[in-house]
Ligand binder design. Structure first.
Ligand code: ZN
Length: 137
C-alpha cells in the first residue's frame, strides 16, 4: 500500500489510542494494492477492548468502491496496548481471503501486522509499503 495511506491508517489508530479504531481498505479487484483508506466508526459497547465497524461505513465503502470499479480488499483495526495478533473474536469476524491489518498502539509507537484466513487457517500476510515514487520498500 502507498506510504501516505499507510500513514493515514496509522494516524487514525494513534489519534484514538485508548480505543480500538477500525476501517476499510479499498482497491482494484484482484490486486492486493490499497487505493483508499475508509475511516470507520467503532460502535462496540466496549471500544477499549472490542471493535464493531459501523454498518453505514461498510455499506458506503462497498457502494463507493463498486462505483469506481474497485472493491473492499481488506480491513484494519487497532489494538491499544496489545500485540497485533488477531483475537478469537477477530478471527470469527474475518472474511475468507480478505486481509486484516492490526495496528498495535503502545506508548513507544506502533506495531503493525497483516493477517489472512481461509477456512479457519490463519496466516500472516506481507504488508508492502510503497514510497511516494511507487517503488517498493
Ligand atoms: Zn482485534
Amino acid at each position: 500500500m502507498p506510504l501516505l495511506l499507510f500513514e493515514q491508517m496509522c494516524e487514525h489508530a494513534r489519534r484514538d489510542g485508548e480505543h480500538e479504531v477500525c476501517g476499510v481498505l479499498v482497491g482494484a479487484p484482484g490486486e492486493q494494492s490499497v487505493g483508499q483508506v475508509v475511516v470507520g466508526q467503532n460502535v462496540a459497547t466496549e471500544p477499549a477492548h472490542r471493535f464493531m465497524l459501523d454498518a453505514a461505513t461498510l455499506l458506503r465503502a462497498d457502494h463507493d468502491a463498486r462505483a469506481q470499479g474497485s472493491e473492499i480488499i481488506g480491513f484494519y483495526h487497532s489494538h491499544p496496548n496489545q500485540a497485533p495478533f488477531p483475537s478469537l473474536t477477530d478471527r470469527a469476524m474475518m472474511w475468507d481471503d480478505v486481509p486484516v491489518v492490526i495496528i498495535a498502539v503502545r506508548d513507544r509507537g506502533l506495531a503493525v501486522c497483516g493477517w489472512q484466513q481461509r477456512r479457519a487457517q490463519l496466516q500472516p500476510c506481507l504488508l508492502q509499503i510503497e514510497s511516494a515514487t511507487g517503488e517498493a520498500e
